[in-house]
Design a protein. Structure first.
Length: 455
């Protein structure tokens, strides 16, 4: 019967899923279960040694020691005590129970129940660190952050919100109506919260008055925070954009000032060129030689083609580029009038699709079109011959541009070598093409076609 009783007690002893130690009053280990032997296998055997030597690798009891306390008080004691550093048992939740002699009632030892809480302890430490990081992040975030419930009661606010608005803990679990009273502004704020919660997201700029009465402009984002089996919350982040807005206004004002100046510059350049054209025209009136008169007229057209560029720029909302569809129509109309061409004799067709050039390319390309169209008007249709001049200007997806000026006139009687141009006009066409780093092709089999490609 004694054997059976011992076997029964041993079975109970080993079936318990906690580490069990039986200690003498001086903390010498009398008996342990197998789980303790697994935990502290590196320090076996355990019996006969001090608990703090094998369980903690210490030379004296831990402070506070729940087992010493329980043997002194005669009551159950509990504490979190350290285990073996670096092992799987770094932290233990220890319950110490006093053992009493059944005959004398004198305490003659203690029983320890130890539960390995290392994983829980690490999780708690990780959670604590995460909370500390979150708290530090929120404290130093230079933006107002808040969380409200579905009734617009404040559930959370960060340090910046407290500092800016003078908020304190009395705001928690209260609405702005309860904090500031029933005002139009408070009712509007609650209504805005409800709209944002319903929509799921809202972004707006709004004026915020700080605790010192200063008005600042904030960009506020409000968003719904969904929760499983719980009512949703409303999150909010408000960033002070006052300085940014003021800087933007200064930039806008500066840009407007520069636009006016640039517009005036283009206007004056155009006017000055127009004066030169007028002077050349007056000078041409005095010329008795037709060749000299033609030279003056060609010079006028070249200057006028550049003047139109500046005219289009100062009339445009975009001073950085020229709309060449509009430009080509203006230039060809001017050339028709200059050479006194009957529209019934020579017709123009243009095919220009969304071509915009800056002034660095716009001026040489404008001069090219002037030269090519002028040559066609002067030489392609002699003695009243009827015909057509076509100007095409396209760009592909890689922004490679192709300018084609063609006519169905008589063409060039002799083969033209563009590498050695014989006239000033052809030399100018060659030089202008080189200036825009383009490629020039000439076909005069049926009329004349100039093709210029560039990027």
């Amino acid at each position: 019967a004694l054997k059976e009783s011992q076997h029964f007690i041993e079975s109970v002893f080993e079936s318990i899923q906690d580490g069990i130690s039986v200690l003498a009053p001086d903390l010498t280990i009398r008996h342990v279960n197998n789980l303790m032997k697994e935990w502290y296998a590196e320090n076996l055997p355990l019996e006969g040694k001090k608990c703090y030597e094998v369980y903690q690798n210490r030379k004296r009891p831990c402070d506070p020691c729940p087992t010493l306390r329980c043997m002194k008080s005669g009551k159950t004691e509990r504490d979190i005590v350290p285990g073996l550093p670096g092992s799987a048992v770094e932290w233990i939740e220890l319950f110490s129970y006093p053992m009493k002699d059944p005959e004398t009632g004198k305490i003659n030892g203690a029983v320890e129940f130890g539960r390995n809480i290392t994983a829980r302890k690490k999780a708690e430490e990780g959670l604590k660190e995460s909370k500390e990081l979150f708290s530090a992040f929120m404290d130093y975030l230079p933006a107002i952050v808040f969380v409200k419930d579905e009734d617009s009661r404040t559930k959370f606010m960060n340090k910046h919100m407290r500092d800016v608005l003078g908020a304190d803990d009395s705001w928690i679990d209260h609405t702005v109506l309860e904090i500031f009273g029933d005002t139009d502004l408070a009712r509007k704020m609650i209504e805005d919260d409800r709209k944002a919660l319903s929509a799921g997201f809202e972004l707006k700029e709004e004026s915020v008055y700080g605790a010192d009465g200063t008005e600042r402009l904030y960009e506020t984002q409000k968003f719904r925070i969904g929760r499983k089996d719980k009512p949703p919350l409303l999150g909010g982040i408000a960033l002070d954009i006052t300085d940014r807005k003021q800087a933007e206004e200064k930039i806008k004002a500066s840009l407007k000032e520069k636009e006016v100046m640039l517009q005036e510059i283009h206007h004056r350049v155009k006017n000055n060129m127009q004066i030169i054209v007028s002077l050349l025209r007056l000078q041409s009136y005095a010329a008795k030689d037709k060749k000299i008169d033609d030279m003056f007229k060609v010079a006028q057209n070249r200057i006028r083609s550049m003047a139109i560029i500046h005219e289009k720029l100062y009339l445009s909302k975009d001073f950085a580029s020229i709309d060449f569809a509009y430009y080509i129509r203006s230039l060809t109309t001017y050339l028709m009038q200059t050479y006194q061409i009957d529209p019934k004799q020579i017709t123009f067709k243009t095919d220009v699709k969304d071509i915009h050039l800056d002034i660095n390319q716009g001026v040489p390309v404008g001069l090219l079109i002037n030269e090519l169209v002028s040559n066609a008007l002067k030489h392609a249709f002699p003695k009243g011959k009827k015909g057509e001049i076509i100007v095409k200007f396209h760009a592909d997806k890689k922004n490679k541009k192709t300018l084609i000026v063609s006519d169905n006139g008589i063409g060039h009687p002799d083969k033209v070598d563009m590498s050695k141009p014989e006239t000033l006009g052809l030399q100018l066409i060659k030089d202008l093409t080189k200036q825009i780093e383009g490629k020039l092709d000439l076909d005069n089999k049926a009329g004349t076609t100039f093709k210029i490609t560039f990027t």
